[in-house]
Write a protein that binds this ligand. Structure first.
Ligand code: AR6
Length: 176
């Protein structure tokens, strides 16, 4: 896997990257988890911009400014709710990553940070989600040479360990 990938333990709202990704819901009007923290840290202007976007479908993404965040932009994506794996969850989750990278490219963004989409309130098993996330990130790094850095911001030790294990066992990464 590419040296452009960093898997770290972090609160994504502290990261100074071109864009952080929000694990939002269909309404784009805020919620709990990473979504709640992003809205709190960005300030009320973010909600105002989100309210004009008309929501977002699972697997798709929309971009806003970052307002009071260190990141210049927020890319809001809606992950699938885990319903056992037979309801297009893998395709929808992969769609989130692809949609985020497509927007990043359209806006000439060079550094992006992702949370572990869908693995909190939406209950997607972290092992399975990490496999899809790292596969899509690796593909995007190959596809978009202008991308300089992709961070996976894991919020807790367990999530970090799962992503590191998936990276080293499936993608042959030794150090981060
Ligand atoms: N930085 C990085 N990761 C975080 C942070 C943070 N500040 N806070 C939580 N996480 P979740 P979902 C991790 O529930 O599963 C919201 O209410 C968290 O530990 O935020 O996609 C939305 O409005 C987990 O590993 O998102 C939706 O309704 C990961 O982020 C719904 O939750 C995702 O957990 C979306 O659920």
């Amino acid at each position: 896997m590419s040296a452009k990938l960093e898997i770290i333990k972090a609160d994504i709202t502290t990261l100074s990257v071109d864009a952080i990704v929000n694990a939002a819901n269909n309404s784009l009007l805020g919620g709990g988890g990473v979504d709640g923290t992003i809205h709190r840290q960005a300030g009320p202007e973010l909600l105002k911009e989100c309210a004009a976007l008309g929501g977002c479908l699972a697997g798709e993404a929309k971009i806003t400014k970052g307002y009071r965040l260190p990141a210049r932009f927020v890319i809001h994506t809606v992950g699938p709710i885990w319903r056992g794996g037979g309801h297009d969850e893998p395709e929808l989750l992969a769609g989130c990553y692809r949609s985020c990278f497509a927007l990043a490219q359209q806006h000439y963004l060079k550094s992006l940070a992702f949370p572990s989409i869908s693995t909190g309130a939406y209950r997607y098993p972290v092992e399975k989600a990490s496999d899809i996330a790292l596969r899509e990130i690796q593909l995007a790094i190959k596809q978009y040479p202008d991308l300089e850095k992709v961070v996976v911001a894991c919020f807790n030790q367990k999530t970090l360990e799962v992503y590191q294990k998936t990276a080293s066992s499936k993608y042959n990464v030794c150090g981060f």
